[in-house]
Each structure stands twice: as C-alpha cells, then as structure tokens.
Design a protein around this ligand. Sequence first.
Ligand SMILES: NC(=O)c1ccc[n+]([C@@H]2O[C@H](COP(=O)([O-])OP(=O)(O)OC[C@H]3O[C@@H](n4cnc5c(N)ncnc54)[C@H](O)[C@@H]3O)[C@@H](O)[C@H]2O)c1
Length: 376
Amino acid sequence: MSFVPYGRPVRAAFVGLGRIYDLNVRGYIDNPDVDVVALVDPSEERRAQRQADWPGAATFASAAELASSGIEVDAAEVLLPAALHADGVVEMLGFGWHVNLQKPMCNDLLDAQRMLDAAKAGDRILRVMENYLFYEPLRKLKAVAESGEIGEICGYHMKMVGTGKGGWDVPWSSFEWQMEQMKRGRGILVFDDGWHKLATALWLFGPVREVRAWIGNLSVGPGVDLDAPSTIIWEHANGVRGVWDITLAMDMYLRSDYYTNDERWEITGGKGFARVNRCTGRGIQQPSLEIYTEGEMRSYHALDDDWASSFRDSGDDDWASSFRDSGRHWLRWLHTGDGPLLWGGEEAVDVLRFALAAYASSASGASIGVNPGQAI
Ligand SMILES: NC(=O)c1ccc[n+]([C@@H]2O[C@H](COP(=O)([O-])OP(=O)(O)OC[C@H]3O[C@@H](n4cnc5c(N)ncnc54)[C@H](O)[C@@H]3O)[C@@H](O)[C@H]2O)c1
C-alpha cells in the first residue's frame, strides 16, 4: 500500500443518507480536514433533507452518476444497507475513492476477499469504521484491564438487551433490509449490532481461538423474526474467556437517544472488576464506568479526555461522540497516515470470522476453532 497522505482537506462524498447518517455526519461537521463535495442516495427526499447540511454539495442518485460527473472525490463515507456493502465498496474503490464503510463489512468471506482485493488492486484504503472503539468508557475500560489495576484478567461478560419501547424513530425502510438479512442468517442482534460486541472483544483481548454459540430465533410479529435469545462464549488465544448474552424484552421501555439497546461490559480480574454500565441507551443511569478493588468502588462520573486527547476535544460519555471521534480519526488519518485505522479491512475480516464461527457452532452444536489473520 503506497498511501500518500493528503496535504489539504479531503474531498468526501456521503453514499447512503439514511438513519445512521445522523450520527456519522458528526465527524464531518466543523471539521477543517474535510470538504463534503457530494451526497448520494436514490431517495430524492433523503437528498433534499441532507443537502440542508451541505448546501454546496452536489447530489446524485447513484455513486456511478457521481463518478461520471467530473466532481473529484478522495473518499466515500459509505452508509449503505449491509447487503449492498460488498458490491458498493468494490465499485467505489474502482472509482479510485478511499472508503470508510459502516459495519458489518459484509456477509461472507468471499465478499470480504473481493473487497480487500479491490482495495489492493486500486491502491486505496478500505476502513471499516468501529465507533465503539472510540466510546470513552470502553477506552478507559481497556486501559484499566491493561494497567493491571484489577489484577490478571480472569474473564469477562457482555450483556445486551434489545427493548421494544423507547429510543429514536427508525423508519420501517431501515428495518426492511435488516429483515432480509435475518432471512440470510445474519440477524440484527448477533450480526448487525453484535458486530460491535465482537469487535470490542477482539480489541480488548486479541485473537479468538475457539467459539461456542447458541443462537435463537424469536418471532415478534408476522414475518418478523429476531435472533434472540442468543448466547455466545469464546476463548481468546491468551486464554481469557468471554461470554455474551443477548435477550429481547419487547415490552420494556428503555430511555435512549438512539437505539433501544441496553449494554454492559464487565471484566473480572484477580483483584477486582471493572464495568461499563451503558453505551447506546441510558439503562443504568449510574457512572458510565465503575471499578472495584480492595473493598472500594471507584466511579467515573465525567470521564475526561486526557488519555484520548488526540481523538477528542471534549470529555463526555455520550455514545454519539464515538461516531464523531471515529469520523475525525479517519479524516485526520487521511492527512497523516499515522497510527492504527481502527479498523482496517483485515481487522474487520477477523470480526467476520468470529461471527461466522458463532453461526457454525450454533448450527452444529460443536465448538468451532478460529484462525485469525489466516488468508481467506
Ligand atoms: N455503527 C452503528 O452503531 C450503526 C447503527 C445503525 C446502523 N449501522 C449501519 O449503517 C448502515 C446503514 O444503516 P441505516 O440504518 O442508516 O440504514 P437506512 O436504511 O436508514 O439507510 C440506508 C440509505 O441508503 C440508501 N441507499 C440504498 N441503496 C443505495 C445505493 N445504491 N446508493 C446510495 N444509497 C443507497 C437508502 O435510500 C437509505 O437512505 C448499515 O450498514 C448498518 O448496519 C451502524
């Protein structure tokens, strides 16, 4: 890869202007590292709505129309329905654009290989954004685990409850493609949202060598199935074990500014534990991070940004700031080329392998070995 950092603001296009645009756009607003030159979506309504943010940007119904317009684009912020990721990204890399792609990368390893090959062939960067890695309480949790403060890590637990009430409005069109994904065996809880949980596991404790899973299927309405209850257990190459339980509580109200997802991460060490109480929603309205050692509980009420100052300009534990910081990291990276991409295409493939191992385990009832970093 012979990437040469840009010595000027990056010319960027948003491709896909749906629900998650509202959060991804935060990395672009008031950011001198970028000029938003184009907006792409087949929906005229979406184009008109989003152009209010970027009056100077040209709008197009497809990426191909933008590519043939003569407008110069350096990088695309790709916010397409997941099933369109592989073909869409291969096409855009072929136009010579760098790509910052929303997760999940794609549904299977063959598509992942096509995407990596297209990036390599065009000498372009494919990043699969992982905003959870920019969520300050999780960054602090990782630092605590690595510091030895709670002793040697014995294991950890992730919890996720999808609730039926609360949160922001999600248009039915955004659910429709998720239902199609579910029919392909890539459900919204384990694969779509779950991608983040699997990514945080790899980020916290490194490669995974073995996975056991029991993935459920729950009908919540005519033709609407969700992949709960589900339980996934794994062992990292370093011997640390993780367990993640996913449940659905359709009648539960959860206070959330975004999706109704109650999440926790709890790491147990030889001397204590550290727990992130919430992320997307506001289920436990306690300090976002608590650390127990030696009979004392320490709480973080307002995480500051001193250890993450290169990524952020203010300290808060709002989940949406993780999108802002992930986007800024990418746009800055295009200027400097320094540091990790968080994540690169190959790292995203490891998340995909982890998910596929969970599906294989659930289908077979067997324990499945994982070979991270192996050629596809
Ligand atoms: N990081 C997170 O926490 C998070 C949260 C939600 C969604 N996502 C991901 O973001 C992506 C988009 O999800 P969403 O909820 O915004 O979906 P959405 O359905 O609300 O938006 C998708 C948009 O893409 C447009 N589109 C469809 N085909 C297109 C094409 N060929 N070219 C350009 N635009 C096209 C649609 O018209 C729509 O406006 C998915 O990959 C999803 O998994 C990530």
